[in-house]
Design a protein around this ligand. Structure first.
Ligand SMILES: O=C(O)CCC(=O)C(=O)O
Ligand SMILES: [Fe+2]
Length: 294
């Protein structure tokens, strides 16, 4: 393990996740492969700065299912709708943006269990953006208690099967809690990849959004360029494309907002999907680490 890890990082970097002491021993197996389902985690530092920096420069090794010049998002989401079990009652809701809903993706028991996991993970007030823009409590599923939860692992697998995209392309789930008045102004779920040179996983091409509670009033997800409003209903998942058929171009119809909660409380979760894997980088890096001079 130490050999893979290499000498201390001269430039230094901060640990980005909370359970680092335990996680850094567990993140990669002895062959250097990420052991957790959401591959994003294995791109976070956890004391492995050098490895991560190299990984960010790596080439993509697998492009499945996006080895095409143009992606037909309608066909893509239609196929997911058809793959869904009939009791989920899935359907394509919109072409601009391309959006499908899965009203019964999670059972009542699963909704309850998932919100327990979210509460246990500890919501924090979001402070990256000014409160007028985004006012919400959130927490990433990156603590061991969340990662090791069997339901979390199962949901990642179910999404992978539904979308036909490997879990290697997934970010960690992000739980959200909106109290009365909290909201998120219109925005795109763009990752600003140009600020991270050659991050090989690509843009957040799809957003999967889960509703984990009923909201008494307000709390819809609305798409102001499209006249589309999604009702927050417990157990529902919606999936939309953030990019055009050219996966490096954002789709302006994907602009969306979290309408303020007027009464009650909204619990939800973001789940972002990239066209290429994070772990490809990890594998390449093992090769590069060996060949690069320290
Ligand atoms: O809460 C919602 O309905 C949407 C939240 C959202 O768009 C985000 O967190 O990126
Ligand atoms: Fe968003």
């Amino acid at each position: 393990f130490n050999e893979l890890r290499g000498p201390p990082d001269r430039e230094g970097c901060e640990d980005e996740i909370e359970d680092c002491p335990e996680l850094k021993e567990e993140l990669f197996d002895l062959t250097g492969h990420c052991r957790y389902p959401a591959a994003e985690l294995c791109m976070k530092t956890c004391g492995l700065c050098r490895r991560v920096r190299l990984a960010r420069r790596c080439e993509v090794s697998s492009c499945h299912p996006f080895c095409v010049p143009q992606v037909d998002w309608v066909a893509f989401l239609q196929a997911a709708v058809e793959r869904a079990k009939p009791e989920i009652d899935a359907r394509l809701l919109s072409y601009k943006p391309v959006l499908a809903e899965f009203p019964h993706f999670l059972s009542t028991t699963e909704v309850e269990a998932l919100s327990q996991v979210a509460w246990r993970s500890g919501f924090q007030r979001e402070d990256d953006l000014p409160q007028e823009v985004r006012d919400v409590h959130k927490v990433d599923c990156e603590r061991r208690s969340c990662l090791l939860d069997p339901l979390i692992q199962e949901i990642y697998q179910r999404l992978s099967d539904l979308l036909g995209i490997p879990p290697q392309n997934f970010e960690s789930m992000e739980f959200l809690l909106y109290e009365k008045g909290q909201h998120y102004e219109p925005h795109m779920d763009d990752e600003r990849w140009w600020e991270m040179p050659a991050l090989s996983a690509g843009l957040r091409v799809l957003t999967v959004f889960f509703y984990l509670s009923k909201v008494h009033k307000g709390g819809e997800t609305s798409f102001p360029n499209a006249n589309l409003v999604v009702e927050p209903l417990a157990g529902k998942a919606v999936v939309w494309a953030n990019v055009q058929s050219n996966i490096w171009k954002m789709d302006e119809y994907s602009l969306h907002q979290a309408v303020p909660v007027v009464a009650g409380r909204k619990i939800a979760a973001n789940f972002w999907v990239h066209p290429f894997e994070y772990r490809a980088a990890e594998r390449f890096c093992r090769h590069q680490e060996k060949t690069e001079k320290w």
